[in-house]
Design a protein around this ligand. Sequence first.
Ligand code: SAM
Length: 189
Amino acid sequence: GYRSRAAYKLKQLADLENVIHGGDTVVDLGAAPGGWLQVAAERVGPQGTVIGVDLQRIKPLEDHDTVETVRGDMTEDRTRERVTDTAGGDVDVVVSDMAPNMTGEYHLDQARSLHLARQAFETSLELLETGGDFIVKVFEGPDVDAFRSDVEDEFQYVRATSPKASRDASSEIYLIGKGRLTAPIQTGD
Ligand code: SAM
Protein backbone atom coordinates (compact mmCIF):
# COMPACT_ATOMS: atom_id res chain seq x y z
CA GLY A 1 0.00 0.00 0.00
CA TYR A 2 0.91 3.65 -0.21
CA ARG A 3 2.15 5.69 2.71
CA SER A 4 -0.29 8.50 2.06
CA ARG A 5 -3.61 9.17 0.37
CA ALA A 6 -1.71 11.91 -1.42
CA ALA A 7 -0.20 9.14 -3.57
CA TYR A 8 -3.44 8.99 -5.56
CA LYS A 9 -3.23 12.71 -6.25
CA LEU A 10 0.15 12.32 -7.92
CA LYS A 11 -1.21 9.43 -10.00
CA GLN A 12 -4.04 11.63 -11.24
CA LEU A 13 -1.80 14.62 -11.86
CA ALA A 14 0.84 12.57 -13.68
CA ASP A 15 -1.77 10.83 -15.85
CA LEU A 16 -3.52 14.08 -16.69
CA GLU A 17 -0.52 15.63 -18.41
CA ASN A 18 1.63 12.57 -19.08
CA VAL A 19 4.31 13.47 -16.55
CA ILE A 20 6.99 11.02 -15.21
CA HIS A 21 8.32 8.37 -17.60
CA GLY A 22 10.55 5.32 -17.36
CA GLY A 23 14.17 6.31 -16.74
CA ASP A 24 13.35 9.83 -15.54
CA THR A 25 15.09 11.67 -12.75
CA VAL A 26 12.41 13.13 -10.46
CA VAL A 27 12.87 15.54 -7.54
CA ASP A 28 10.02 15.48 -4.98
CA LEU A 29 9.86 18.46 -2.58
CA GLY A 30 7.95 18.00 0.68
CA ALA A 31 8.06 14.25 0.21
CA ALA A 32 7.33 12.85 3.71
CA PRO A 33 5.91 10.36 4.52
CA GLY A 34 6.61 9.15 0.97
CA GLY A 35 3.44 8.34 -0.96
CA TRP A 36 4.49 10.45 -3.94
CA LEU A 37 7.95 8.86 -3.76
CA GLN A 38 6.38 5.41 -4.12
CA VAL A 39 4.32 6.48 -7.14
CA ALA A 40 7.28 8.23 -8.75
CA ALA A 41 9.55 5.22 -8.14
CA GLU A 42 7.01 2.89 -9.78
CA ARG A 43 6.83 5.13 -12.81
CA VAL A 44 10.53 5.82 -13.37
CA GLY A 45 11.34 2.13 -12.95
CA PRO A 46 14.79 0.59 -12.28
CA GLN A 47 16.56 2.95 -14.71
CA GLY A 48 15.19 6.07 -13.06
CA THR A 49 16.10 8.10 -10.00
CA VAL A 50 13.86 9.75 -7.43
CA ILE A 51 15.10 12.27 -4.86
CA GLY A 52 12.80 13.15 -1.97
CA VAL A 53 13.32 16.18 0.29
CA ASP A 54 11.53 17.05 3.51
CA LEU A 55 11.93 18.77 6.87
CA GLN A 56 10.86 15.45 8.36
CA ARG A 57 12.80 12.24 8.20
CA ILE A 58 11.52 9.93 5.45
CA LYS A 59 11.60 6.26 6.38
CA PRO A 60 13.68 4.32 3.83
CA LEU A 61 11.65 2.85 0.97
CA GLU A 62 12.63 -0.79 1.19
CA ASP A 63 11.10 -1.72 -2.17
CA HIS A 64 12.75 1.05 -4.13
CA ASP A 65 16.54 1.39 -4.20
CA THR A 66 16.20 4.13 -6.83
CA VAL A 67 14.97 6.56 -4.15
CA GLU A 68 17.33 8.86 -2.27
CA THR A 69 16.25 11.24 0.46
CA VAL A 70 17.50 14.56 1.79
CA ARG A 71 16.37 15.96 5.12
CA GLY A 72 16.25 19.74 5.18
CA ASP A 73 14.39 22.98 4.69
CA MET A 74 13.86 23.93 1.06
CA THR A 75 13.79 27.61 1.98
CA GLU A 76 17.50 27.30 2.93
CA ASP A 77 20.29 27.58 0.35
CA ARG A 78 22.23 24.69 1.82
CA THR A 79 19.32 22.30 1.37
CA ARG A 80 18.83 23.38 -2.26
CA GLU A 81 22.57 22.85 -2.83
CA ARG A 82 22.37 19.34 -1.39
CA VAL A 83 19.44 18.55 -3.67
CA THR A 84 21.34 19.83 -6.70
CA ASP A 85 24.39 17.76 -5.74
CA THR A 86 22.28 14.64 -5.14
CA ALA A 87 20.55 15.03 -8.51
CA GLY A 88 23.98 15.44 -10.07
CA GLY A 89 22.79 16.74 -13.44
CA ASP A 90 19.70 16.86 -15.61
CA VAL A 91 16.36 16.52 -13.89
CA ASP A 92 13.26 15.61 -15.91
CA VAL A 93 10.55 16.39 -13.38
CA VAL A 94 10.25 18.52 -10.22
CA VAL A 95 7.14 17.97 -8.08
CA SER A 96 6.20 19.78 -4.88
CA ASP A 97 3.48 18.86 -2.41
CA MET A 98 5.00 21.15 0.24
CA ALA A 99 2.52 22.63 2.69
CA PRO A 100 3.04 24.86 5.73
CA ASN A 101 2.11 23.89 9.27
CA MET A 102 -1.50 25.00 9.39
CA THR A 103 -2.40 27.77 11.79
CA GLY A 104 -6.06 27.74 10.73
CA GLU A 105 -5.78 31.38 9.79
CA TYR A 106 -6.37 31.14 6.05
CA HIS A 107 -4.62 34.33 4.99
CA LEU A 108 -1.42 33.30 6.77
CA ASP A 109 -1.52 29.66 5.68
CA GLN A 110 -2.15 30.73 2.09
CA ALA A 111 0.77 33.19 2.11
CA ARG A 112 3.09 30.50 3.47
CA SER A 113 1.84 28.01 0.90
CA LEU A 114 2.55 30.47 -1.91
CA HIS A 115 6.03 31.11 -0.52
CA LEU A 116 6.77 27.39 -0.58
CA ALA A 117 5.34 27.08 -4.10
CA ARG A 118 7.57 29.93 -5.30
CA GLN A 119 10.55 28.25 -3.67
CA ALA A 120 9.71 25.04 -5.53
CA PHE A 121 9.40 27.05 -8.77
CA GLU A 122 12.86 28.61 -8.29
CA THR A 123 14.26 25.15 -7.63
CA SER A 124 12.61 23.79 -10.76
CA LEU A 125 14.28 26.53 -12.81
CA GLU A 126 17.67 25.59 -11.34
CA LEU A 127 17.27 21.87 -11.92
CA LEU A 128 15.06 21.15 -14.93
CA GLU A 129 16.42 20.41 -18.35
CA THR A 130 14.71 21.87 -21.40
CA GLY A 131 11.37 20.12 -21.89
CA GLY A 132 11.19 19.11 -18.23
CA ASP A 133 7.93 19.23 -16.27
CA PHE A 134 6.89 20.80 -12.96
CA ILE A 135 3.97 20.09 -10.63
CA VAL A 136 3.32 22.30 -7.60
CA LYS A 137 0.67 22.57 -4.92
CA VAL A 138 -0.58 25.97 -3.80
CA PHE A 139 -3.53 27.11 -1.70
CA GLU A 140 -6.01 29.23 -3.63
CA GLY A 141 -5.72 32.97 -3.17
CA PRO A 142 -5.70 36.22 -5.10
CA ASP A 143 -1.95 36.20 -5.76
CA VAL A 144 -1.98 32.72 -7.32
CA ASP A 145 -2.78 34.27 -10.71
CA ALA A 146 0.48 36.24 -10.63
CA PHE A 147 2.37 33.08 -9.66
CA ARG A 148 0.73 31.14 -12.46
CA SER A 149 1.72 33.80 -14.94
CA ASP A 150 5.35 33.61 -13.78
CA VAL A 151 5.28 29.84 -14.30
CA GLU A 152 3.73 30.36 -17.75
CA ASP A 153 6.74 32.47 -18.74
CA GLU A 154 9.05 29.48 -18.21
CA PHE A 155 7.02 26.57 -19.60
CA GLN A 156 5.26 25.78 -22.88
CA TYR A 157 1.96 25.80 -21.03
CA VAL A 158 0.47 25.56 -17.56
CA ARG A 159 -2.62 23.70 -16.45
CA ALA A 160 -4.32 24.30 -13.11
CA THR A 161 -6.26 21.41 -11.60
CA SER A 162 -7.74 20.13 -8.40
CA PRO A 163 -7.42 16.34 -8.35
CA LYS A 164 -10.43 14.35 -7.17
CA ALA A 165 -8.42 12.79 -4.38
CA SER A 166 -7.98 16.19 -2.75
CA ARG A 167 -11.32 17.85 -3.49
CA ASP A 168 -12.79 17.21 -0.08
CA ALA A 169 -9.61 18.47 1.54
CA SER A 170 -9.72 22.13 0.67
CA SER A 171 -8.77 24.98 -1.44
CA GLU A 172 -5.56 23.45 -2.71
CA ILE A 173 -4.84 23.44 -6.41
CA TYR A 174 -1.96 22.08 -8.42
CA LEU A 175 -0.25 23.84 -11.30
CA ILE A 176 1.33 21.61 -13.92
CA GLY A 177 4.01 23.32 -15.99
CA LYS A 178 4.69 21.33 -19.15
CA GLY A 179 7.90 21.70 -21.12
CA ARG A 180 10.54 23.90 -19.53
CA LEU A 181 11.46 26.45 -22.17
CA THR A 182 15.18 27.00 -21.67
CA ALA A 183 18.10 25.04 -20.31
CA PRO A 184 19.21 25.81 -16.74
CA ILE A 185 21.99 28.36 -16.44
CA GLN A 186 25.25 26.81 -15.25
CA THR A 187 26.53 29.13 -12.57
CA GLY A 188 29.54 27.02 -11.67
CA ASP A 189 29.24 27.56 -7.93
N1 SAM B 1 3.46 14.13 -0.99
C1 SAM B 1 3.66 13.59 0.36
C2 SAM B 1 3.28 12.13 0.35
O1 SAM B 1 2.68 11.67 -0.61
O2 SAM B 1 3.62 11.42 1.30
C3 SAM B 1 2.90 14.39 1.39
C4 SAM B 1 3.48 15.77 1.63
S1 SAM B 1 2.75 16.69 2.96
C5 SAM B 1 1.21 17.16 2.31
C6 SAM B 1 3.67 18.20 2.95
C7 SAM B 1 5.10 18.10 3.41
O3 SAM B 1 5.80 19.33 3.13
C8 SAM B 1 5.27 17.84 4.90
O4 SAM B 1 5.88 16.58 5.11
C9 SAM B 1 6.20 18.97 5.35
O5 SAM B 1 7.17 18.57 6.30
C10 SAM B 1 6.87 19.39 4.05
N2 SAM B 1 7.44 20.74 4.08
C11 SAM B 1 6.82 21.88 4.49
N3 SAM B 1 7.68 22.91 4.43
C12 SAM B 1 8.87 22.43 3.97
C13 SAM B 1 10.14 23.02 3.70
N4 SAM B 1 10.36 24.32 3.92
N5 SAM B 1 11.14 22.23 3.24
C14 SAM B 1 10.91 20.90 3.05
N6 SAM B 1 9.73 20.29 3.28
C15 SAM B 1 8.72 21.03 3.74
